[in-house]
Design a protein around this ligand. Sequence first.
Ligand code: ADP
Ligand code: MG
Length: 194
Amino acid sequence: SSFQSFLINPICKLLNKKELRQHIKEKKKTFEETTLKVWSESLFQHIEKLPEFIAADTVFLYHSMKGEVYTHTFINKWYKEKNIILPVVKEDNLELRFFEGEDSLYLSDYGILEPVGKKLDDFRQIQLSLIPGIAFDKKKNRLGRGKGYYDRTLPLLNSYNVGICFDFQLVEKIPTDPFDQKMDCLCTENGLIH
Ligand code: ADP
Ligand code: MG
């Protein structure tokens, strides 16, 4: 069931942001990448049933790296039917670009595959955003990697925002700052949390 990770790890309640990131990182090491991919497949089956996804023409997502909810299969499945928008880190902000197929990803100097498709100018065109996080809590607060990229980007959007993560990343409570952006809904391999 959802939030079972907290029940196993009540210590989460006492941790600050930095400690919580470390805690989840250690926990993540106990799972195989193949397991994470199977869970990711289940997660996106729930997303595909979400009315906000069905209705959306333009979906903001990310191109996953190792250990994250695996997005590649989903992106490739949907980009011809819907506009799939991916972020690129540009100093302090995220630049948003259209995914136009695997050829529109370019291996950067940092070893990250970055979208080089057409730039999205009107951020308010996005109807659904699927947001990664290190952890999410019962009040739909999000803990990111600590750079605040999504805290700065989300206020510029007008989308329904779904935090996506594995069930073990759900915790009872995340310490928050005034600039932290809440999600509208969460989704794990076990389903949606409204
Ligand atoms: P994350 O959301 O990635 O977990 P934090 O919430 O810890 O990271 O935020 C990291 C930093 O980002 C904060 O120290 C803060 O200074 C900065 N930040 C967050 N939101 C904003 C904002 N709206 N404007 C300017 N800086 C911000
Ligand atoms: Mg934050």
